[in-house]
Design a protein around this ligand. Sequence first.
Ligand SMILES: [Zn+2]
Length: 483
Amino acid sequence: MKSRLIALLAASAFALSACSQQSTSAVDQHLSTPGLTYDEAQLAQDLSRAIQIQTISHPERDNTADLALFRDFLAETYPLMHARLDPINLGEGSLFFTWEGSDPALQPIVLLAHQDVVPVEPGTEDQWTHPPFAGTIADGFVWGRGALDMKGHLITLLHAIEQHLRDGTQPARTIYIALGADEEIGGAGARLAAARLADEDIQAWFVLDEGGLVLQEHPLTGQPAAMIAVAEKGYMTVEVTARARGGHSSTPPRDSAVSLLAQAIVAIEANPFEHGLEGGPNTAMLLAIAPQVEGMAGFASARPGLFGGMIVSSMMEEDATRAMLGTSIAPTVIRGGIKDNVLPQEASGLINLRLHPRDTTDSALAHLRASVAHMDGVSIDVWNVASNPPPVADFEGDAWQIIAGSALGYAPEGAPAVPFMVTGATDARAFADVADNLYRFAPVWGTLEDTRRIHGDDERLAIDDLGRMTAFFYTVIEQAAVE
Ligand SMILES: [Zn+2]
């Protein structure tokens, strides 16, 4: 099954290439100052300490004291940054730093990381090889909650900044550093930072956040690839409500509220959103990996019209790739009724949508309402805060060259820089209105199995990654902000 998918993807990528619909330009590799190395043992110690401070975000847990401890730890570990870059607590522990550039005509950049972590699911502690908040350093890894998501990223980012300050770097372009304290429960800190930029009429050149990594074995090529997220999906949950006559269940109407609700959900799922390669980075993603995919390429390049459709149908077969092609519909909660012999007057359900960049919250709501327009007694409304998909970042121009080039500097030899769309949500989206480009990446060399450790058991980060992540951030700052 997988090999057929790979062959089709490869063929289609070449077919699309032959059409020359869209193509990513070549990326020059960027490396920081030759010979610059980092003390990985020290980085591992710092990450270990960071993990031991339990900055857990949970609606029912007050983590104010933990966040204060974490701030003290940061101030002590990164003294130059705290002395010179005007640290501000935006409220609730979200931190904001300004590294003033010498040329106010240049658009600033924004570097993001969050300080909080998700809880460890009660009862799963003993499934961890090392206790989740011990920050154990063993077998070449730093183990613990937050190692990947995202204290490793935060520590190495701040380490790179501290190194630049020690080196006497003076950026031409202003650099903002925003460290949210509540990404895992809503991301109000990121929104405060974005609002600060909006208040000052600042439009940043790019934002860099978490979300992409170096996949050591890309599922479609078996080869390493630097996966840089240039897009993410929007988020919307709707409530579907069905109303019908209540009363005794011995004389039911043709449709009860419960059966109406069931029919409405079936009707919604029977009218899916458009799925295809257009409107996001999918075509560019395929083109970027195409050179590493074997088989069928010559055959396909002669038949471009044929393979565009086949690739979509192949990607539709797997949940993970289908989610990249269109807005997804996930019924998640259903409620109604109180007693087996009483007809409820109302039944309702929640449906979570992840919006593809070609859809908006308004167009998606209209699409869902059209699906049930023929049903009396059924209504659909937005249930909570909805967010449009942020604009897709540039994956050809100067900003892309800096991020992708720096990524390739710290990826295995021969790995391509691959633009892609994350199907989850990141803090970066809060900056959609105040930045031209949102990128999500750090050179963690991982496998798909490692990504499952995020929010799961045995979260860990390789000590080798700490050095290259620091070097990557150092390089991005050098390439983007220093003249
Ligand atoms: Zn995160």
